[in-house]
Design a protein. Structure first.
Length: 264
């Protein structure tokens, strides 16, 4: 049995027509790209960070990020890193079933997931971290839409993390760095950017400074762990952070800002 969606309708519409319409309107929105993606180009995008909030809040921003992904080379698989808000498990993947969204099913790449667990035995195959978690799932409709030309080949690996220390985050980055030498993967880290100071820390790849900044503001470091992991991985691969888009929420009542970021 497939893993059923748990993030809709709170984070995205729960029918095919409404979800497809919401994503298309995000692309054509005045704050979005203004058009749907064109054909793929010979460009590699392997490290990306996208918001994990609702389409209502982040749609135009997400559209900018997924347009770049849709026009890049199609990888062997995608690895999506999200925060584990619902269990004490530090590192968890999910090999039990494909994941379902209103746009269809997305297959798990079993080979890459198993390689990941071999590289780091602390990464468990268990379901509790994923049962009620939205952070990975919110990326799937966007990924499906951006992969319309490759849907039969689309696979992904979910990675739900509950990390709070620099040592844990660095170790995971090292694992992922090794994984990228064995498989052609694109890694997407989910996050929610709140202010320009955060953007500056990300651009400098100063993970420790960003962590301390959030601690001073009494923020939960678990929510930052996917981004911190990607920053450490970017340093290992000698890549720099580039802002694809940064804008205020599309929902007036929400005062937060959101960003799509690539590391090249």
């Amino acid at each position: 049995m497939n893993r059923k969606p748990v993030a809709c309708p709170e984070y995205y519409p729960n029918t095919f027509d409404k979800l497809d319409k919401a994503i298309r309107e995000s692309f054509t929105h005045k704050k979005g790209p203004g058009t749907l993606q064109s054909s793929r180009r010979n460009i590699n995008l392997n490290l990306l960070a996208f918001p994990s909030e609702s389409i209502e809040k982040t749609g135009p921003c997400q559209a900018w990020g997924y347009m770049e992904l849709a026009e890049a080379n199609f990888p062997e698989t995608y690895l999506i890193i999200g925060t584990n808000h619902h269990s004490e498990t530090k590192l968890s993947t999910y090999l039990f079933a494909d994941w379902e969204t209103p746009l269809g099913n997305v297959k798990i790449n079993q080979d890459v997931a198993k390689t990941l667990s071999i590289l780091n035995p602390l990464i468990l195959n268990e379901h509790t971290a994923h049962e009620n978690e939205h952070s990975v799932e919110t990326q799937l409709p966007w990924l499906q839409f951006a992969s319309r030309d490759k849907l039969t080949d689309l696979t992904f690996v979910p990675l739900s993390i509950n990390l709070t220390t620099s040592k844990e985050i660095t170790k995971l980055a090292e694992t992922l760095n090794t994984l990228t030498t064995k498989h052609n993967i694109t890694i997407i880290a989910t996050h929610n950017i709140e202010d320009k100071a955060t953007i500056q820390y990300i651009k400098s790849l100063d993970a420790e400074a960003l962590k301390n900044y959030k601690l001073r503001r009494n923020k939960d470091i678990r929510n930052l762990a996917p981004m911190l992991t990607l920053m450490e991985l970017a340093k290992l691969q000698n890549k720099s952070a580039q802002i694809i888009d940064y804008q205020a929420s599309a929902k007036k009542e929400d005062k937060n800002y959101y960003a799509c970021i690539k590391f090249k």
